[in-house]
Structure formats: structure tokens, C-alpha cells
Design a protein around this ligand. Structure first.
Ligand code: SF4
Ligand SMILES: [Zn+2]
Ligand SMILES: [Zn+2]
Length: 462
């Protein structure tokens, strides 16, 4: 198993009788398939108790306790007290659920489902644990109850998500994650794949919901955590990422929500996304963009980028290792790489000696910083430079990007683009699709400088 693939199954029902004959083998197969952590989820009091027992006896298994809407009619004050007891009995209980509404089967009267759901949200808030929400054909009522009960106070996950794009975004606004099961692998499920495509990777989780919902390859047979990989692979394909990327991202998300998993959050100097290697050499920047993700969170695609100090040339080389493994090496990170022009030149020269393709992502103000035209110095060292233009005029640029040079910053960016063509084979001006930004005008501004233009998505880095 690739050590970079460590998956967390955030929703399994391992207590089910269907596993009585071979539960230990199922758990072993999961580990062998790279599923390093499993959250086993209760549906009623009995299965919640069984989930907690399993979690207590297996280090990498955790439990959620709750009452499924199918069983809502069995819940009363006593059951709720028993759930609360279970929660305090073990720190392996990391969530309350599954709970929610199921109007597809309507096994319990809807009013009773509502009550049971509301009571469990209150319980989760009392014990300060996130929710695992089941929603089948009840999207509007689920959202209404989550809002009315202020579920945002603890957050949680919409498991086996089956709503549309608008619903997914409404849940994310409430601080919820969206979890995808193997139904995303079913050939006719384009709608679900469209939802996955539309949401930022920061909000994604994966699950099996085993023994139900086997991936396409095993459809109709019993599901198990080892098959989680098929969902991860499909999600990677949909998001244009590698399996290792999806593994790292969804494991970090599971850690953030449930506190489970072994997460390496040490600062990265070099970090891989897809088949590119990115270099994070400084956190300093000439700009202070209003939309910069680092002001909220220093991770990019699961990599932690907040440096304790700026790395030396030797440290950057050591972090790169063998660069021939990558299609390209990109100076990027949460800072302006050309502030460290000397290091960029030295590392780029070393990379070029080894036949690597080298790119720099920059805000294009290096000539103001260094008080000289640095572009001739990059001649022969850099194959591509990608410059954030982000506006069609200086005032708009300053509004969004807040250059320390004021509106002069924008003038410098355009001049940088114009001058870059003589020294760097590929020069691209980019603009983030900020709300209200006139993309056509940005493209025209890039045209004036004679370089290519590329629009980038808002809120999706790396
Ligand atoms: S230029 Fe990039 S790193 Fe710097 S503040 Fe703007 S978005 Fe963040
Ligand atoms: Zn469910
Ligand atoms: Zn379930």
C-alpha cells in the first residue's frame, strides 16, 4: 500500500450482524487497503452500545452514538439519557448520530422523526460533539431544523449526501461537511458528481456506509471499509487530483471534524499536488489580498504552509529530494517567492541542471521590491511565470490586493508582464474570479501586455 494513501472511513456500521462471521478479517482488510481509521456509527441504542464496545477494543476505530430516523419511535427520555451515558463513558465517542430525517421510507411518523432529530442536536450541543446527519428525501426540513436548532454551534456532516448543489452549499455555510459514499461511482449518478465538483475540497469527507452502498464494482454485494478506495479514486478523478491528494485532504477534514487520524501538520517547504511539486519558501508578501486563504487557514490541499522560519537553500534542496519525480516544480506557497530572489535563482539553476520544468507564481511586484529589473536574472532558469493580475485597473487592484506600494503596485505588475516576455518562454497573467470582477476587462488588460490570460476559480487553491 502506498504510504501516502491513508483513508478515514467516516461512516461504517461494523456492529451489524452481517459482519458477525468475519468482523476481524474485515477490519484487517481495511487496514491492508490503507483505511487507517474508521468511524462506526450507531443507529439505535443497542447498535450505539455495540459501536462503543468495538471502538474501545480497537485502537483505530471510533464510535458515534445516536438514533436513526427509522428508529425515532423507539427513542424517549430514557434512551437519550443512555446515549449521554455512553458518550461520557469513552473518549472514543467522537460524534452524535446518525440522526436526521428519512422521508423515503417514512418508517416513523414525521413529527416523531423531527422531535428525535431536535433532541439529538440538543444533546450534541450539550456534550459539544459534531452531528452525523442522515437525510433522505427530506432536504428542506433537514436544513430548517439544523438552522432552528442552531446546529452550526457544533457542526457536523451530511452523510451519504443526496441533495443538490444549492443544498450542499447551504450545509457548508452552516459549517457542515459533505460526505460522499460509493454511489458516486455509479454510472448514472452524474448529479452527485456535479455536487462533488462544485464544492471546495475543504468540505469533503468520504465514507462507505457499509454494509450498504457497495461501489459499482461490487454492486449488490456486502460493502466493507476496504472498498473506500473506490470512492476516493472517483473523487480524485472528479476533482482533478491524485489519490494521495484526496487521501490527505479528506483525512485532514475528518481530523478537523472528529479529531481522529494521524495528521502530520508540520510546515511544508516542498509539497506535492497532483504530479507537481510546490515550494513554500516564504510567508512574507508584498500584498495583503482580502481573499488570501492564509488569513483563515494556512493549509492548501491538506498541506500545512505556515513556516516557523524561512528555509535555507540546503533545506529547500533537502525538502525537494529527487525532483525528477514531478512534471514541474513551482515556486509558490503562501508568500511572494521573488522576495527571495537569490534563493529562487540558486534553486532554479540546480533544478534546470537536472532537466526539470520550473515555474514561478508571483504577484509581479519584484522589480519594485528590488529596485531593479530582475527579469534578465531569471533568463534560462524559469520556464513559466504565472503573474496574478486580478484587476483591470489600479484602484480595483488595490481594493482587492492591498499592495504595500499602493496603486503603484498594479502599474508594476503590468510592466513586469510586459518585460517578462523577453526572458521567460511562457508568461501567463491570471485573475481570480472574485465576486463582481470584470473578467473580460482583465483579459483585455493582459492582452495589452502581450501575454496569455487564465481565469482562476475563487476559493480553490493548488
Ligand atoms: S499575493 Fe498571494 S500569498 Fe500574497 S496575500 Fe495575495 S493571495 Fe496571499
Ligand atoms: Zn444514514
Ligand atoms: Zn448509516
Amino acid at each position: 500500500m502506498n504510504p501516502l494513501v491513508q483513508l478515514t472511513d467516516t461512516h461504517a456500521h461494523l456492529d451489524g450482524a452481517g459482519y458477525d462471521a468475519d468482523r476481524a478479517a474485515v477490519i484487517t482488510r481495511a487496514t491492508a487497503a490503507g483505511v487507517t481509521h474508521i468511524l462506526t456509527v450507531g443507529c439505535d441504542l443497542k447498535s450505539s452500545q455495540a459501536a462503543v464496545e468495538l471502538a474501545k477494543s480497537t485502537p483505530h476505530i471510533y464510535a458515534a452514538v445516536g438514533i436513526h430516523p427509522h428508529d425515532a419511535a423507539t427513542a424517549n427520555a430514557e434512551t437519550r439519557a443512555a446515549l449521554q451515558q455512553l458518550i461520557v463513558s469513552s473518549d472514543k465517542v467522537v460524534a452524535v448520530g446518525e440522526m436526521g430525517l428519512d422521508y423515503y421510507r417514512d418508517r416513523a411518523p414525521r413529527a416523531i422523526q423531527h422531535n428525535c432529530f431536535r433532541h439529538q442536536i440538543a444533546l450534541a450541543k450539550e456534550v459539544n460533539l459534531p452531528l452525523i446527519v442522515h437525510d433522505r428525501d427530506a432536504h428542506d426540513d433537514v436544513l430548517t431544523i439544523l438552522r432552528e436548532e442552531d446546529a452550526a454551534a457544533v457542526g457536523g456532516v451530511l452523510h451519504c449526501f443526496s441533495g443538490d448543489i444549492a443544498m450542499a452549499h447551504a450545509c457548508i455555510e452552516l459549517g457542515f461537511y459533505i460526505s460522499f459514499p460509493a454511489t458516486i461511482t455509479y454510472p448514472n449518478n452524474d448529479a452527485l458528481r456535479a455536487v462533488a465538483r462544485s464544492i471546495s475540497t475543504d468540505h469533503l469527507l468520504i465514507e462507505t456506509d457499509c454494509p450498504y452502498l457497495s461501489p459499482q464494482k461490487f454492486r449488490g454485494k456486502r460493502n466493507e471499509p476496504a472498498y473506500l478506495r473506490y470512492t476516493a479514486e472517483k473523487l480524485a478523478e472528479i476533482k482533478g487530483l491524485s489519490l494521495a491528494d484526496i487521501s490527505r485532504i479528506t483525512s485532514l477534514n475528518a481530523y478537523r471534524l472528529f479529531g481522529i487520524g494521524d495528521i502530520d501538520q508540520s510546515a511544508r517547504i516542498a509539497y506535492a499536488i497532483r504530479d507537481s511539486l510546490y515550494l513554500n519558501i516564504t510567508n512574507r508578501c508584498t500584498n495583503s489580498c482580502t481573499f488570501c486563504a492564509k488569513f483563515k487557514d494556512w493549509t492548501v490541499k491538506g498541506h500545512q504552509l505556515k513556516l516557523e522560519r524561512e528555509p535555507s537553500v540546503a533545506e529547500v534542496r533537502a525538502a525537494i529530494g529527487d525532483p525528477s519525480r514531478f512534471r514541474e516544480v513551482v515556486f509558490c506557497g503562501y508568500g511572494e517567492p521573488l522576495l527571495r530572489i537569490d534563493l529562487v535563482k540558486e534553486i532554479a539553476a540546480w533544478l534546470k541542471e537536472q532537466g526539470c520544468k520550473v515555474r514561478v507564481n508571483t504577484d509581479g511586484q519584484a522589480n519594485l521590491v528590488h529596485q531593479r529589473n530582475i527579469l534578465p536574472e531569471l533568463h534560462g532558469l524559469i520556464d513559466t511565470v504565472s503573474v496574478s493580475l486580478n484587476a483591470a485597473d489600479a484602484a480595483t487592484y488595490q481594493h482587492w490586493c492591498r499592495s504595500r506600494f499602493g496603486e503603484q503596485g498594479y502599474v508594476a505588475v503590468k510592466e513586469f508582464l510586459t518585460l517578462a516576455k523577453a526572458h521567460i518562454p511562457e508568461v501567463i497573467a491570471t485573475a481570480v474570479a472574485l465576486p463582481g470582477l470584470d473578467m473580460a476587462a482583465c483579459r483585455a488588460a493582459a492582452d495589452e501586455t502581450g501575454v496569455k490570460f487564465r481565469a482562476r476559480e475563487y476559493n480553490e487553491l493548488g
